[in-house]
Write a protein that binds this ligand. Structure first.
Ligand code: C2E
Ligand code: CA
Ligand code: CA
Length: 770
């Protein structure tokens, strides 16, 4: 197990164990000290007592011997034997005495120094020492070394009546005697007698004493004290007591020695028990602290963990296991974490939802698309959103969108509906291919188009949708939702209900910045040319006119849609020179066709902006009068509504100069009968949106039919544009439509192709176009 000291649990455990360990050591020291000093005291007392006992034994023995010697010394016969030097009598008396007193040796030392010995044979040196001691009267009992060993010597004077000598008893101080002393002691001590020779301290058997230095210090200090010292057998308590000695140069001591190891032996079980109890306590404490610390630190660790998780942005909650401070802390933490989570959820919700409708927003849809590459995103727009919103108000508009959102959700089987912008909703869905996606979106829009009931009012809605496929796009528009929104604009521009994002016609908005100057240059270089689309007179069953449509093939970008560059030319003020060029070109081409025998009405599109441009009107009128061309200007109703006075005046001037006026794209914008009446027009072009749908929808058919009737009642010819099928053509003919224009008759084509077409027989041309 790896111990981590940055863990509170480990630190607590170590701290407590450390403290307990120190306490334990202190107790152990106290116990050992107390026990040891008490043991030492016992030993010391015992040694002192044993020393005193030996003194008594010594004194008792000396007294006994002295009395024995005195009895002999006072015996008349013996005194006479000594005085007469009767050796045989002396010897027998000495032997007799030796046996009675149980001593090894006895002798008579005469005042003249003559010695008669029995039981021993003292050397000269010993006799000299003994004599010197006796003669000086210094002592009558003491230790003396005879040969190699120490002896106890006791003397009694022989008075006849004056001192004539001494009776002397000599008894060896041997191991046996010492053992007697040892057996008298309460503790098993070692006793020995040591004497100091010239070569140092010797014990009873003549061996050098290891305690020499101690004995030197202890010998003559009177009050003998036991001291602790080192011996070859280890620490020992030693007591040295001086014994009287005949030889002043060789003092003698009684040495009592007690090894401390022996003294401590009885306490060893106590120490062992103490150690075992200590270790067991330490282990118990460690386990206890560990468990206690874990109980204490586990909630803290859990909190620590939870804080970490919270920092990582995860949701974190801790268990509240108690009511103490930690429990309250955990509860507060949970409360705080909950608050943070709620706030984050609110923020996320706000960031991903529309406040007005409560629906997910654009960002949310974008995320969903990003998470599922390959799905289709539809942006569904309420047509004429601003008009509807101005009519019903912002609040109702939000309700309307919510209601539509609900419908879309049901129709798309629970797909998340988002509000993409003010007037658009969006959703994502899966489809096998583009065609299927368009079909699905188209069907959803169609089914969602029923009127919406709001408080009090019923609002008709018509929807358009743009589609884009989630994933990488080369168009430069990274956002799938943006592409779908552009596709919605593209659908509306093409007057379709539903379009898939078309990168080619969207072009390159960045590149568009330089598009106009490139366009003007292209007019010069010939990259811009005119295409002509036939207009078929249904009554005459012949092509009686053409619409001039501008074409541009960009050297890099390829075909650029007029919807794109005309719009930009209008915005940048280049539409006038461009249109002047078109008029010029159309007049020239009309002449060419006329020369080929085809007299065709030439229709030219005139931007709304130019209807408030007098200078342009002057130019156009000049050109027409000068060339005598037969032109028709196609204008849109909205152009008139923007600045009615000026526009109507200019239109009047055109009309007066013999230029036909056609109202283009009728039905697509805001149609106003009032203006329709005021415009001096010759022709009404029904917008291709209605014509394209003619086959399927009877509603559109009704609309087209009533428009034709209305136009006729105002004295206008009716052109249907966007005729793509024979059915549409037949229907229109049946409704009394005057002219048809569309891919079924012919696509816009170059002048050369138009000439060929016009030259070919009618049936053949129709087949070719189909
Ligand atoms: P527009 O005036 O409505 O022109 C008719 C458009 O419908 C043309 O698109 C034509 O190609 C297309 N079209 C014709 N028959 C059919 C059909 O059967 N089905 C379908 N789906 N479409 C058909 P184009 O050429 O792309 O022109 C787009 C618009 O650009 C024109 O709409 C017109 O507003 C503008 N435009 C083109 N040339 C000029 C011009 O010289 N001057 C001005 N001011 N605008 C022009
Ligand atoms: Ca037109
Ligand atoms: Ca048109």
């Amino acid at each position: 197990m790896k111990i981590r000291f940055n863990r509170l649990q480990t630190r607590l455990t170590v701290l407590y164990m450390g403290l307990f360990g120190i306490a334990l050591v202190l107790v152990a020291i106290a116990v050992v000290t107390a026990v040891t000093s008490s043991a030492h005291r016992v030993v010391r007392d015992e040694l002192t007592a044993s020393g005193a006992v030996y003194n008594q034994i010594w004194a008792g023995r000396s007294e006994q011997l002295r009395q024995g010697a005195s009895v002999l010394a006072q015996d008349f016969g013996f005194r006479e034997a000594v005085a007469t030097n009767d050796e045989a009598t002396i010897r027998s008396a000495l032997d007799n005495l030796r046996a009675r007193q149980k001593v090894d040796g006895a002798m008579i030392v005469g005042i003249d120094g003559y010695v008669t010995a029995a039981g021993l044979n003292p050397d000269e040196a010993a006799i000299d020492t003994l004599y010197a001691g006796l003669e000086s009267g210094r002592l009558d009992a003491g230790v003396m070394t005879i040969g190699t060993g120490p002896y106890q010597v006791v003397a009694a004077p022989i008075m006849a009546p004056v001192l004539i000598g001494w009776v002397v008893f000599v008894d060896p101080l041997d191991v046996g005697q010492m053992q007697n002393l040892e057996s008298l002691s309460a503790i098993p001590l070692n006793a020995t007698v040591a004497t100091r020779a010239t070569t140092g301290w010797r014990d009873m058997v003549g061996a050098a004493s290891p305690l020499g230095a101690l004995l030197d210090r202890q010998t003559f200090n009177g009050a003998a004290q036991a001291v602790t010292t080192r011996t070859p057998e280890g620490s020992a308590m030693v007591l040295a007591r001086a014994l009287p000695s005949f030889d002043t140069d060789a003092p003698a001591v009684l040495v009592l020695n007690y090894p401390l190891k022996r003294a401590m032996k009885p306490y060893e079980p106590l120490f062992l028990a103490l150690a075992v109890i200590g270790l067991a306590g330490l282990a118990l404490l460690m386990a206890g602290t560990w468990v206690l610390a874990r109980g204490l630190t586990r909630p803290i660790s859990a909190l620590d963990d939870a804080v970490h998780r919270l920092q990582q942005g995860e949701h974190a909650e801790v268990e509240v296991g108690s009511t103490d401070e930690i429990g309250r802390l955990a509860a507060s933490f949970n409360l705080m974490a909950g608050d943070i989570r709620d706030r984050e959820a609110r923020l996320t919700h706000m960031a991903l939802h529309d406040q007005e409708t409560g629906l997910p927003n654009r960002l949310s849809l974008e995320r969903q698309a990003a998470a599922h590459p390959g799905v289709y995103v539809a942006v569904v727009g309420v047509d004429r959103f601003e008009v509807v919103r101005n009519a019903i108000g912002y609040d109702s508009m939000a309700q309307l969108l919510s209601a539509l959102g609900g419908r879309l959700a049901t129709l798309t089987e629970g797909s998340a509906i988002a509000r993409v912008s003010g007037g658009t909703l969006g959703f994502s869905f899966a489809a096998g291919d583009d065609a299927e996606a368009i079909a699905i979106a188209d069907a959803v829009c169609a089914q969602a188009e029923t009127p919406v009931r709001l408080s009090g009012a019923t609002v008709d809605v018509s929807l358009s949708a743009g589609l884009a496929r989630a994933g990488k796009s080369l168009s430069g528009v990274d956002s799938t939702v943006d592409r779908a929104a552009i596709a919605l604009d593209q659908a509306r521009a093409a007057r379709r209900r539903c379009s898939l994002f078309d990168a080619a016609s969207y072009g390159d908005p960045g590149g568009n910045l330089s598009l106009i100057s490139e366009l003007m240059a292209a007019v010069e270089s010939g990259d811009v040319w005119m295409a002509y689309q036939p207009k078929h007179d249904l009554r005459a069953d012949a092509i009686t006119g053409v619409e001039a449509l501008m074409r541009w093939r960009h050297p890099r970008r390829g075909f650029v849609s007029p919807d794109l560059f005309i719009g930009m030319a209008e915005e940048t003020g280049h539409i006038r020179p461009l249109t002047e060029w078109v008029i010029h070109q159309a007049i020239a081409d009309q002449k060419i066709l006329a020369d080929q025998g085809h007299d065709l009405m030439m229709s030219v599109n005139i931007s709304g902006r130019l209807l408030s441009d007098e200078a342009f009107a002057d130019f156009a009128l000049n050109e027409v009068t000068a060339s005598g061309a037969d032109l028709c200007f196609e204008i849109t109703e909205t152009a008139v509504i923007d600045n009615p006075e000026l526009a109507l005046a200019i239109i009047d001037r055109f009309s007066a100069a013999g230029i036909k006026v056609s109202i283009d794209d009728y039905g697509s914008g805001l149609s106003s009968l009032a203006y329709l009446k005021r415009i001096k027009a010759d022709e009404l072009k029904i917008d291709k949106a209605f014509v394209l749908a003619l086959d399927e929808s009877s509603r559109d058919a009704l609309l087209v039919k009533s428009t034709i009737d209305l136009a006729h009642s105002l004295g206008l010819k009716v052109v249907a544009e966007g005729v793509e099928t024979a059915t549409a053509m037949a229907l229109l003919q049946g409704m009394g439509c005057d002219i048809a224009q569309g891919y079924f008759i012919g696509k816009p084509m170059a002048l050369k192709d138009l000439s060929e077409r016009l030259a070919a027989p009618v049936g053949e041309a129709r087949t070719a176009a189909a």
